[in-house]
Design a binder for this molecule. Sequence first.
Ligand SMILES: C[S@@+](CC[C@H](N)C(=O)[O-])C[C@H]1O[C@@H](n2cnc3c(N)ncnc32)[C@H](O)[C@@H]1O
Length: 190
Amino acid sequence: MIMAERAVPPRVVPAERVASEAGFKKSCIPEVGRLLKLAAAAKPDGVIAESGTGSGVGTAWLHSGLGAGARLVTVERDEDLARRAAAVFADDPRVSVLMGDWRLLEQHAPFDVFFCDGGGKRDDPQRVVEQLAPGGLLILDDFTPSSHWPPRFEGEVDELRLFYLTHPDLEATEVLTTPGSSVVIGTRRA
Ligand SMILES: C[S@@+](CC[C@H](N)C(=O)[O-])C[C@H]1O[C@@H](n2cnc3c(N)ncnc32)[C@H](O)[C@@H]1O
């Protein structure tokens, strides 16, 4: 029996084409994308941010939930990827694709949604939390589920995941996106 695939938002298609053309293999999976869409839709007048645009797949998912009064700003340090991804969103003035280090995002903070996917997540997690508006949502991809507490990765306590899950300014939890992968999602306490 042939199983039909669940449709993806239209703009994900050209972003995936850019990934394929550029040989970029780190785009988010649709299970994460649907969470991104939900998060953006939860903040219809919000500032939505992404660090690490890649080819724009995650951006396209965020964009699919973007409210008419919302803004989406994303940053990518790879010049070629940033340029190609920007072309996918060139017709929508709500979207800005910045080229450079993730800290360029700070001038647009505080964020109502922050998909921190390249830059910041590992190198300056406290600064990441500080970019959130009260009630703002933080989404961190690419964890490996752990049945231990504190969570472990490759036999060691995963200090980074623990930092986010126990941060005093966050209400955070870990959610499975597939049996073998998870995201940490949190909201900044008011
Ligand atoms: C996991 S990929 C992003 C995937 C994309 N968010 C998606 O969902 O399709 C991480 C990206 O972050 C970029 N990156 C890594 N460190 C960065 C930094 N300090 N500032 C800006 N971009 C960075 C990398 O070049 C890479 O394209």
